[in-house]
Design a protein around this ligand. Structure first.
Ligand SMILES: [Zn+2]
Length: 361
């Protein structure tokens, strides 16, 4: 099944723009394209200037009382120049190009679904809003517009579907901690005894964290990702830092793991500290809304599967304020942030139809 008319042309035009996080000119061009297409499709479009770049809000109003959010971002991770090197290319059933999966394809799925609502108004839908933020790839905090999402009935995040077609109905909570150790530098030969090795202290802590915290509760992951120490081949290393990637299924488990990581053993002459970054909340399973999404996917002939994702998205933030949220309703795709990023062109039509149906009451 081919994507609806115009989809490939729009995807090609959008992916011809480099819009890495923080690039004001690129994000302005991307926002202009999206809002122009929305107006051409009979939708309302507003471009709000924010400190992080242009935020695009595209909407349509139906008669029902509900308010449904579609969520996406128009920044990418690729540096300026990538678009010219890798224009969108068709290979069999796949479309390849920078940002096709993460997440320009998803934005166009949202636009397609809203366009259908506007063309063919239906008494069962209320206000439907597509929020396209400019800074998702570079942010470790909540989106600046989170308060605007507060009273929504439900939310659909349009990150790409998994390679097997699954949508994402649960995401893990995640945070990144920095551990610092301060000991004492000393000559490794003549004054070894007065040195206090911060490197050894953090290495022992790393082993403790792997042994005592990782997998101690179902779904808890603690991974030492960096360890830096040393000032020279003949010096006892008096300072060291480490980073830890921590993930959990619930916020309570994440907090437990963070607290446990901070309960350091005694290390003679070493002071240890742990940062306290709040990180991302989990995307909690939306129960009946997730079940309805799977039923709708089956109706439109798409795979009706759900998955747990270890990574966070802005869908996690929507869920954190109590809005029932599902994710992965963008095209089926993968290879995010890499040279072979792809979407399955045959998944686009069914995804647009599924999102369209899920926007209705
Ligand atoms: Zn993304």
């Amino acid at each position: 099944m081919e994507p609806p008319a115009g989809f490939v042309e729009r995807l090609t035009a959008l992916c011809a723009v480099d819009s890495p996080t923080g690039d004001a000119a690129g994000l302005a061009r991307s926002a202009a394209l999206l809002s122009e297409w929305a107006r051409a499709d009979g939708l309302e479009a507003e471009v709000r200037e924010t400190a992080d770049g242009p935020l695009v809000v595209i909407s349509t109003q139906g008669p029902a009382a509900e308010r449904v959010l579609l969520i996406g971002h128009h920044d990418t991770v690729y540096p300026v120049g990538t678009a010219a090197l890798r224009p969108v290319e068709r290979r069999g059933e796949l479309l390849l190009g920078p940002g096709v999966a993460d997440m320009r394809g998803g934005l166009l799925v949202g636009l397609g679904a809203l366009g259908r609502l506007a063309r063919d108004p239906d008494p069962t839908h209320g206000r439907v809003e597509l929020w396209i933020v400019p800074d998702e790839e570079g942010r470790l905090t909540e989106p600046s517009c989170l308060a605007d999402w507060r009273d929504a009935t439900r939310a659909i995040c349009l990150e790409c579907g998994r390679a097997d077609g699954a949508i994402v109905t649960t995401r893990m909570a995640v945070t990144w901690l920095t551990l610092t150790a301060a000991g004492r530098d000393a000559h490794a030969g003549t004054e070894r005894a007065v040195g206090r090795s911060a490197l050894l202290a953090l290495a022992r802590e790393a082993l403790r964290i792997e042994e005592e915290i990782h997998a101690a509760r179902p779904g808890v992951q603690a991974t030492i990702t960096e360890l830096h120490a040393g000032v020279g081949r003949n010096t006892v290393p008096g300072s060291a830092t480490a980073t830890i990637d921590v993930r959990a299924l619930t916020l309570a488990d994440l907090r437990w793991a963070v607290a446990a990581i901070g309960r350091f053993a005694e290390h003679d002459g070493i002071v240890l500290q742990r940062s306290d970054d709040p990180g991302f909340p989990p995307l909690d399973h939306a129960g009946p809304f997730a079940e309805r999404a799977l039923a709708v996917l089956a109706e439109v002939g798409a795979p009706a599967r759900e998955a747990l994702a270890a990574g966070a998205s802005d869908g996690s933030w929507a869920s954190s304020i109590g809005v029932p949220t599902i994710d992965g309703l963008g095209p089926i795709g993968g290879g995010d942030h890499g040279p072979d990023e792809w979407i399955d062109a045959t998944s686009v039509g069914p995804r647009i139809e599924a999102v369209h149906r899920l926007c209705r009451g």
